[in-house]
Design a protein around this ligand. Structure first.
Ligand SMILES: [Zn+2]
Ligand SMILES: [Zn+2]
Length: 145
């Protein structure tokens, strides 16, 4: 998905992000289920501001018991982009006549995936003795010392 530079004006504009990322596996093994993100963009001289806001859902394995869980997450990430020719050392730069939004969308999502995903705050996890899911069965191993 490209954002063309002439479309970025000094007054803020918004567009709905429709980059096709749903179903992608992200870096920590989470799968993106769906997302609704709005991009607000404007320029101040040569500097361009991109703000992604909205929410997404990821499916991931519960950190304790391994059962798949889906969590929804709020996002608000702003990126300030500089022209590459005058500021090549900045983290975010643009050149040419358009900005490829895919990498920004992906990063805004990845940055907001929770470090710890649990099926339930009270999840009892797997039994370290017999390996069974202690939410489903009371195997009793832990009670017998
Ligand atoms: Zn769990
Ligand atoms: Zn057990």
């Amino acid at each position: 998905m490209l954002l063309y530079l002439p479309d970025i004006t000094e007054s803020e504009r918004q567009l709905v992000v429709d980059e096709l990322l749903t179903g992608e596996t992200l870096n920590n093994g989470s799968t993106l289920r769906n997302y609704e993100l709005t991009l607000s963009h404007y320029r101040a001289g040569e500097t361009i501001s991109l703000t992604f806001a909205g929410q997404f859902a990821v499916e991931s394995a519960c950190d304790r018991c391994g059962v798949p869980v889906e969590v929804s997450v709020e996002v608000k990430e702003q990126y300030i982009l500089f022209p590459e020719q005058s500021s090549p050392d900045m983290d975010y730069v643009y050149s040419g006549d358009a900005i490829e939004l895919g990498p920004f969308v992906r990063e805004a999502i990845v940055l907001n995936i929770p470090q710890k995903i649990l099926c339930d705050e009270e999840c009892k996890g797997l039994c370290p003795v017999c390996g069974r899911n202690r939410n489903d069965v009371d195997c009793g191993c832990m009670n017998n010392g």
